[in-house]
Write a protein that binds this ligand. Structure first.
Ligand code: ADP
Ligand code: MG
Length: 303
C-alpha cells in the first residue's frame, strides 16, 4: 500500500470557469501522521477538504485517498474515512447517546461502538444529557464521536477548534493526539493558527491564495523558517562588515550602508552583532526582514 493516505496531483479548482481558487495543489498526507493544513482565512482549506471528500466536484480531480481514486471509489473511501467539515448536525432535543444511536443505525455499525466513541471523546459522563445543554466544545466532540462511529482509518477535520474557548481548544487538541497515538488514526486537520498547528501536527502543509507554499514535517518547517531568516543591518563600514561575516554567513550589500545577512538559527542575530562590533564596525540598526513566507507567517500568527 502507498505510504500516502491522502494525495492530490496538480489539483486545481474554481467555482467559476475563469477563476483559480486552488492552483496546483500536491497534497501528501503520510500514513500515521497528524497533518496540519495551515492557511489564513480564504486560502482554500475548506474547498480542498470538500474536494477530498467528494463534496465538491472537480472536472479532473487527481485525488486519491487510501490508495483509491475520488470520486470513482467514493463509497469505499467514505467507508474508511471520517470527517467533520461544518458544525455537526445534532438533534438538540436528544441526548448525546441518542444522537449517536441515530447515526449508528444509519451507518449500520455495531452497538458496542457507541460506548467506545463516547469513551474516546470523553463524553461518557455527559451521554445522558440533552445536547442542547452541551457546550460548543462538547458538541464538537460529539460531532467527532459521530465521525468515529464506523471506526475510520482517516479523519478529516476542518478547523475543529474554531469558536472554542481555551479549554475547549485544549480538549480537542488532546483528543486529536489520542486519536493519532492510541487509536492509530491518520488525521488531516485544518487551522488558520500556526501556534495551534505547531502544538499538534507531525506534518504541515501551508496554503495561501490557493497555492501550497510549503509541505513537510514540523521539524522541516521550523528549519525552513530559520534558514530563510534575513537580517538587515545598517553599518558604518560595509566592506569591513562583509569581510567579518562572509566566512560564516551569506552576506549581500544592499547599497549605501545596509547589508543583508542570511542566517540559520534564531539566536544568531546576537552573535552577528557581536562579531561586527568586536571587529570594530559600528552597528546603527539591526532588524529582521521578512521574505514572503515570513510575512505570511505573521499574517497567520496574528489572524
Ligand atoms: N461556494 C463558493 N462560491 C464561490 N466562492 C467560494 C465558495 N466557497 C468559497 N469560495 C471562495 O474560495 C476561496 C477559498 O475559500 P475557502 O476554501 O473557504 O478558504 P478557507 O477555508 O481557507 O478559509 C475564498 O476566496 C472564498 O471566497
Ligand atoms: Mg474554511
Amino acid at each position: 500500500m502507498n505510504q500516502w493516505i491522502i494525495e492530490t496531483e496538480h489539483l486545481d479548482y474554481g467555482f467559476r470557469k475563469d477563476e483559480k481558487i486552488l492552483d496546483d495543489i500536491n497534497l501528501r498526507v503520510p500514513q500515521g501522521s497528524v497533518y496540519g493544513f495551515l492557511g489564513p482565512n480564504g486560502a482554500g482549506k475548506t474547498t480542498t477538504l470538500r474536494l477530498l471528500l467528494g463534496l465538491l466536484r472537480s472536472e479532473n480531480p487527481n485525488i486519491r485517498l487510501l490508495g483509491r481514486q475520488m470520486p470513482g471509489s467514493r463509497i469505499d473511501i467514505l467507508r474508511r474515512t471520517g470527517s467533520l467539515i461544518e458544525q455537526p448536525s445534532l438533534y438538540l432535543h436528544l441526548t448525546g447517546l441518542e444522537n449517536l444511536e441515530v447515526f449508528r443505525r444509519a451507518y449500520e455499525c455495531p452497538a458496542s461502538r457507541v460506548g467506545e466513541v463516547l469513551r474516546i471523546t470523553r463524553l461518557s459522563d455527559a451521554a445522558h444529557k440533552r445536547t442542547r445543554a452541551y457546550s460548543l466544545g462538547m458538541k464538537q466532540r460529539l460531532g467527532i464521536a459521530i465521525a468515529l462511529l464506523h471506526d475510520p482509518e482517516v479523519l478529516i477535520m476542518d478547523e475543529p477548534t474554531n469558536g472554542l474557548d481555551p479549554n475547549g481548544i485544549i480538549e480537542i487538541r488532546e483528543l486529536i493526539r489520542d486519536l493519532n497515538r492510541q487509536e492509530g488514526k491518520t488525521v488531516l486537520v485544518s487551522s488558520h493558527l500556526l501556534t495551534e498547528v505547531e502544538k499538534l501536527a507531525t506534518h504541515v502543509g501551508i496554503i495561501h491564495k490557493g497555492k501550497l507554499l510549503f509541505q513537510g514535517t514540523l521539524a522541516e518547517l521550523q528549519n525552513f523558517q530559520y534558514r530563510r531568516a534575513l537580517l538587515e543591518i545598517e553599518v558604518d563600514n560595509v566592506t569591513r562588515a562583509e569581510q567579518i561575516l562572509s566566512g560564516r554567513f551569506s552576506v549581500s550589500v544592499n547599497g549605501g550602508s545596509t547589508i543583508h545577512v542570511g542566517h540559520t538559527k534564531p539566536d544568531e542575530a546576537a552573535l552577528i552583532n557581536h562579531m561586527l562590533v568586536g571587529g570594530g564596525v559600528g552597528v546603527s540598526r539591526l532588524s529582521a526582514t521578512g521574505n514572503d513566507l515570513e510575512k505570511l507567517f505573521l499574517d497567520i500568527i496574528s489572524a
